[in-house]
Design a protein around this ligand. Structure first.
Ligand SMILES: C[S@@+](CC[C@H](N)C(=O)[O-])C[C@H]1O[C@@H](n2cnc3c(N)ncnc32)[C@H](O)[C@@H]1O
Length: 427
């Protein structure tokens, strides 16, 4: 059963949902993506149409035949193309993966049962490339709950093209035990003279889980929060006051040592689970100015004598911010990675990477490397290069495990007694 039967009001949806607060946000998130982007629960294309007009290669999924018919009609009117699938996200099956998946307008809340949410997350994860992003938008319950009141109330009057008017009314109540909001929406149509012409009513149900529960759920399904925002202007998330909880989620990949097929012992389930847990507790995000001291400390701890000086780190932040990432755990920066894209060329370089000594060997270096590679892809770098000291076995095997191959070795790369191995990976 559908928690909201949009088919019954498909012809009215665009009349009363005239929101545009999130459109610029989605344009920013998709601007640099040249591959196909998957939009889930796309409805009549409120978000889709502006993105397709801007050149995004969109694949739209929704399970309401009525809303999709409206979307298809709008596409045809503007001679735009997009792949449109009538499909339930819980059984998503498109047979391919995407670098970017969007779920706009807090529609995930319409998956009311935990089993449905888990099924959807599992299906979505299987459509996300490693290094890809799934942007999930949720209501922040502390703010959204203020708009819930018992009693049928008029929410707005909307003029229609034929001179008639739609009066939109709703009522709902919240069950704190389950987090479920249930109620009804009433659609009253008035003719051009203001006389009642038609009335429709649909039941509505959606859920407002506390953000910590929602986070536990996405983490249990193999995602990690890579970035978080509190509104559509990219403001940082503040759970006490932000209207929305917007997460950019990355896949957490199981990190099992490769089997040697020579009788080596397989990792125990427990060791494997520990690694997943650790990676999930870490957020990888763009560096801010406030992180630069911590980055300098990581550099000093890792490369004392040859570390980047503070002034370089500051300038790198100004110059290459998009490719300057930190791994944050609690309030602490536990790793960083810095890349640069060569202007006018297809190459990018990893200039620096360091993980706090106490946190090495726990998958954090691998996670930040995944993110850097994804960030290079977003700026359309075709090949990533790096140098590493020949004696730094741990770093070399990390890079090899991520597809980097040695392409050269120079005895005095940084001067006397400073040999470096040059490694590269095509994206
Ligand atoms: C609030 S509307 C949002 C529509 C559109 N994204 C927008 O921003 O206007 C929620 C959408 O989610 C769709 N939806 C709800 N549950 C779904 C499911 N299990 N599978 C696919 N689509 C679903 C509905 O049909 C509806 O189009």
């Amino acid at each position: 059963m559908k928690s909201i039967d949009y088919d019954a009001i498909a012809d009215l949806y665009d009349t009363y949902v005239a929101v545009d607060i999130d459109l610029e946000f989605w344009r920013r998130r998709t601007a640099a993506i040249s591959s196909e982007v998957l939009e889930l629960m796309a409805g009549t294309g409120r978000v889709s149409l502006p993105l397709i007009r801007a050149g995004v290669r969109l694949v739209c999924v929704d399970y309401s035949a009525g809303l999709l018919e409206v979307l298809r009609r709008k596409l045809a009117t503007e001679a735009l193309t997009a792949e449109v699938h009538e499909m339930d996200v819980r059984a998503l099956d498109l047979g391919r993966r995407f670098d970017l998946i969007l779920l706009p307008f807090h529609a995930f809340s319409e998956l009311v049962e935990a089993a449905d949410q888990r099924a959807a997350l599992r299906a979505i994860r299987s459509h996300l490339t490693s290094g890809g992003r799934f942007i999930l938008t949720l209501h922040n319950p502390v703010v959204r709950l203020r708009q819930i009141d018992d009693g049928l109330r008029e929410r707005g009057r909307f003029p229609r093209a034929d001179g008639s008017k739609l009066v939109f009314c709703s009522e709902s109540s919240y069950d704190p035990a389950t987090g479920v909001v249930a109620g009804r929406q009433v659609y009253r149509l008035l003719d051009a003279d203001g006389a009642p012409a038609e009335e429709r009513e649909i039941p509505v149900r959606f859920v407002l889980p506390p953000p910590d529960e929602a986070r536990a759920l996405v983490e249990a399904e193999g995602f990690r929060v890579a970035e978080a925002w509190g509104d559509y202007r990219d403001a940082p998330l503040d759970l006490g006051s932000s209207p929305f909880v917007i997460w950019s989620l990355a896949r957490v990949e199981p990190r099992c040592p490769r089997s040697s097929n020579r009788g080596g012992r397989a990792p125990t389930g427990r060791a494997h689970a520990d690694r997943l847990d650790l990676a999930a507790a870490v957020i990888i995000r763009r560096a801010t100015r406030a992180d630069l001291r911590a980055v300098a400390r990581l550099e000093e701890e890792s490369f004392s004598g040859a570390s980047f000086p503070a002034f370089f780190i500051r300038q790198a932040y100004d110059a290459f911010g998009e490719l300057f990432l930190v791994a944050e755990e609690g309030a602490a920066v536990v790793a960083y990675g810095l890349g640069v894209a060569q202007s006018g060329r297809d190459d990018g370089w990893i200039l620096g990477m360091a993980v706090a000594r106490a946190r090495r060997g726990q998958g954090i270096g691998a996670a930040i490397l995944d993110e850097l590679v994804a960030a290079f892809r977003r700026v359309e770098v075709a090949r990533v290069l790096l140098t590493v000291s020949p004696g730094n076995v741990a770093a070399r095997s990390l890079y090899e495990a991520h597809g980097f191959l040695q392409v050269d070795e120079e005895a005095e790369y940084f001067g006397p007694d400073e040999p470096r191995v040059l490694m590269a990976r095509d994206l």
